[in-house]
Design a protein around this ligand. Structure first.
Ligand SMILES: Cc1cc2nc3c(=O)[nH]c(=O)nc-3n(C[C@H](O)[C@H](O)[C@H](O)COP(=O)(O)OP(=O)(O)OC[C@H]3O[C@@H](n4cnc5c(N)ncnc54)[C@H](O)[C@@H]3O)c2cc1C
Length: 542
């Protein structure tokens, strides 16, 4: 089942009828936020409505449009303003700032909705023949510019995959499902769970992102400690490329050279369009246990997280907030609470999932490790609250943008020994960049961080920062902060992205991570499957 576009916000997050998270507390929270940032007050900054925006004329007409109508029925070729606006960009902070300001140039010349692999192949043949660029589009929740319409002289076709959303096969003997790539998270999980299985991939964007987008962006679900990233659960893929249909190998294991399925993971629509995926499943967990702990400081929490993973305690999620994030969220929950004096305490949420006995045993082993690091149990309250609201935080972003605020997130990963130095370097770089471009004289920023996805050799670090948006130059201000953070990440031994991907925003830093030979390999692969360079131009490839 797909989601009708008219029910979703074209310039914000989620349902048009979005839940009002702040309700009667709103003015209290904005007053508190202004105080925290050191601003006099927060102004009202509503977005421009779509009716007031002049979209560029579509460049698709005449023989090219007739030929397109031979590939898809006219009802699935959309050139109306809402569809073109909805598909112009993704959902990053910079995208929303641009959309809210009415910046809809460029936007796709047409949006098409294929329903089968043959139609996707037909669309790529059409694009190659008519010199059009193609942007593959799943849920459009990219936060790195992955679906943004390229600025090109040729027409741009956005291929929305969300009508290819069927569970094709679930093989209980291998525990592998074959699924069309445009399926949204909730529809996928309800089809699998009806048969007692789960993929277990729950990014915060779960409700509005798709299987194809998860694979293409190489993302991570919140419970990735247990279920893994797509590089672990994708066992085979079908990809429509301008060079023809590509089915990758699909064996339990193989020594027949490098595994090509892994080239599809993280390909970000630059090689072709993923039409189907074979994915590894788990039994739906019998029990879930999410518990909060408080550590005397960040170092103790990091030691506990490392020991939990390295000692093989089967966790689903370890999320360790730094001291600023711990205090900030505690204060936010209490509405008018003071952020208060700096304290070193750090909160951890530990998630366990699986068979009841496995969860009980893991809980006992985890508590021993946490005790040894001075951690104190906070009971089930914080874990339950987090679990219930785990997809809700993004709904706070639009109201923040309505009140003159800027808010963005970025993430990286590094080895355990480098967590503390990288945390300090990136935090410092973001804070200094905000201070140098404060949006309003005298205003400061808030920089929060947590460790989330954990591995035996290291973990990811996730940063959230809030600042007063510069009304005159919001995108320049954001670019300044983003560049400072990205430079700090690569200079201090982090990957430019642990799960958001590369897209447009991280591309300038990718070559340094891959090296000249690696960057050349990526370019050569693209040239092989997409000789005309029509697939998602400008994204990923250095
Ligand atoms: C509020 C919010 C929270 C988020 N939380 C997380 C999180 O917890 N974890 C995480 O990993 N990410 C997160 N993200 C980022 C984003 O949701 C992920 O990158 C997600 O995987 C994108 O899926 P999508 O279907 O929306 O893909 P899109 O945004 O539509 O596309 C992403 C990229 O994949 C390509 N693509 C999409 N479908 C296909 C296909 N079928 N074939 C080939 N290429 C395709 C696109 O061209 C683009 O390059 C979050 C984003 C937001 C806005």
């Amino acid at each position: 089942m797909t989601i009708e576009r008219e029910k979703l916000r074209w310039n914000g997050w989620g349902w048009i009828e979005a839940p009002d998270l702040l309700g009667a507390r709103a003015e209290l929270v904005w007053g508190w936020m202004a105080k925290v940032l050191g601003c006099a007050a927060l102004p009202h900054t509503p977005p421009v409505s779509l009716e007031k925006i002049a979209l560029p004329e579509t460049r698709l007409h005449g023989p090219a449009l007739c030929a397109l109508e031979a590939v898809l029925p006219a009802a699935r070729i959309r050139t109306d303003a809402y569809e073109r606006a909805f598909h112009a960009r993704g959902k990053s902070y910079a995208d929303l700032v641009a959309l809210r300001a009415g910046m809809l140039t460029p936007c796709p010349d047409a949006v098409v909705y294929p329903e089968c692999t043959e139609e996707v192949l037909g669309l790529l043949r059409w694009a190659a023949q008519h010199g059009a660029a193609v942007v593959p589009y799943g849920g459009g929740s990219s936060v790195v510019g992955g679906v943004n319409t390229p600025e090109t002289a040729c027409p741009v076709l956005c291929v929305d995959m969300t009508r290819m959303c069927d569970l094709l096969d679930l093989d209980e003997t291998t525990r592998i499902a074959r699924v069309q790539a445009g399926v949204y998270g909730p529809a996928l999980e309800s089809a699998l769970q009806a048969q007692g299985y789960t993929l277990g991939h729950y990014p915060q964007s779960f409700e509005f992102s798709t299987l194809g987008g998860w694979i293409a962006a190489r993302g991570a679900g919140q419970q990735s400690n247990r279920y893994g990233k797509p590089e672990k659960w994708l066992v085979g893929a079908e990809v429509a490329t301008p060079h023809g249909l590509w089915r990758t190998e699909h064996f339990p294991a193989s020594a027949a050279g490098p595994q090509l399925t892994q080239l599809v993971v993280g390909s970000e629509g630059t090689l072709g369009i993923i039409t189907e995926a074979a994915v590894r499943l788990h039994r739906t967990p019998e029990r879930r246990d999410y518990t909060g702990y408080l550590f005397p400081d960040f170092a103790a929490g990091v030691s506990a997280a490392r020991a939990l993973v390295q000692d093989g305690v089967p966790t689903a999620m370890i999320r360790l907030s730094d001291s600023d994030e711990t205090r900030f969220y505690a204060a936010l929950q209490h509405g008018d609470g003071e952020v208060g004096e700096a304290t070193p305490y750090c909160a951890m949420l530990l998630g366990l999932e699986g068979a009841a006995e496995e969860v009980a045993q893991a809980g006992a082993r985890a508590r021993a490790i946490i005790d040894a690091q001075g951690g104190m149990a906070l009971g089930e309250g914080p874990g339950e609250t987090w679990y219930k609201g785990r997809f809700m935080m993004p709904y706070l972003r639009d109201p923040m943008l309505d009140r003159g605020l800027g808010v963005d997130t970025l993430e990286t990963a590094t080895g355990w020994g480098n967590i503390a130095p990288l945390h300090a370097a990136v935090r410092g770089a973001i804070a200094r960049a905000i201070a140098a471009h404060p949006g309003e004289p005298g205003c400061g920023g808030v920089v929060l961080a947590h460790i989330s996805h954990c591995y035996p050799d290291g973990a990811s670090l996730y940063f959230t920062f809030v600042f007063r948006r510069d009304a005159a130059e919001p995108l320049g201000q954001w670019r300044h902060i983003k560049a400072a953070a990205s430079e700090a990440i690569v200079a201090h031994g982090g990957t430019i992205s642990h799960h958001h991907g590369v897209g447009l925003d991280h591309r300038p830093w990718l070559a340094r991570e891959k090296g000249p030979v690696g960057a050349g390999v990526l370019r050569a692969i693209k040239a092989q499957v997409d000789p005309g360079g029509i697939m998602n131009p400008g994204k990923l490839i250095p």
